[in-house]
Ligand binder design. Structure first.
Ligand code: GLN
Length: 236
């Protein structure tokens, strides 16, 4: 039976554990490096990525997390977890943030604004319907969410979304955003690359479990392309 680890340092790990229970899969809360050896896949939940990085550093988890990504086992980052998995994070207060890396994309950490600008929107995700059945639509819950600004050539874009008017109003070059970013009408919010899945929103906070089910079907990626992309310049 597949055992799925959920990084349980902070954030919405309980909600992912509950979603796994609902689809009959064993979830294992991960707080120590050695616990990763007992799981076949890993979910990195949403929360606050700086805090998560500090805790991961404190518990000396970065080398084991990077190694887990390198082995090709499926890893899914939601929201702060997506930031954690990205090769690069930009935007306000992103400087110096330690990342696991591996997912070939650039994320803007608080692209959609502050907690007050959190929102829900109907996303169109044809791949989800194709692979898991049900409608194309998925209710995306965005909480102080990041957005994906750029992806590498072997990254599959699963969903994008229009930039809400509220976000547009609060974004400005004066706030340190680049003009090219401020002028965007749509941004990428879900991607897949080999064994890695990233969503800027929180599927664990909805009753639609198709993302969890899609993730569980992702096979171990035997290629070593992730190995080449994981940054080696970290502090581990
Ligand atoms: N933007 C947040 C961060 O930087 C993530 C928010 C979330 O996970 N809901 O960590």
């Amino acid at each position: 039976m597949t055992a799925v680890g959920v990084l349980a340092l902070q954030g919405s790990f309980n909600e992912h554990m509950a979603a796994l229970r609902r689809i009959g899969v064993k979830g294992v809360e991960i707080r120590k490096a050695e616990q990763l050896q007992a799981v076949d896949a890993l979910i990195i939940p949403g929360g606050e990525s700086t805090t998560m990085a500090k805790l991961a550093h404190y518990h000396n988890l970065f080398p084991a997390l990077r190694e887990f990504v390198r082995t090709g086992k499926p890893v899914w980052g939601t929201c702060a977890g997506l930031i954690f998995l990205a090769n690069e994070a930009i935007g306000q207060k992103s400087g110096g943030q330690e990342l696991i890396g591996g997912l070939d994309c650039i994320v803007n950490r608080n692209f959609f604004g502050s907690q007050l600008q959190s929102f829900e929107t109907e996303l169109s995700v044809p791949k989800l319907a194709e692979e898991e059945g049900g409608p194309n639509g998925f209710r995306g819950v965005f909480i102080r969410a990041p957005a994906i600004l750029e992806v590498g050539h072997d990254v599959e874009i699963l969903a994008d979304c229009p930039v809400p008017l509220e976000t547009k109003k609060s974004m400005s070059v004066d706030n340190g955003q680049e003009e090219e970013i401020v002028s965007r009408e749509r941004v990428i919010v879900a991607v897949r690359q080999g064994n890695l899945l990233g969503t800027a929103f929180h599927p664990e906070l909805t009753s639609d479990l198709r993302w969890h089910s899609l993730f569980l079907k992702m096979k171990k990626d035997s290629s070593d392309r992730c190995l080449q992309r994981v940054p080696t310049s970290g502090t581990d």
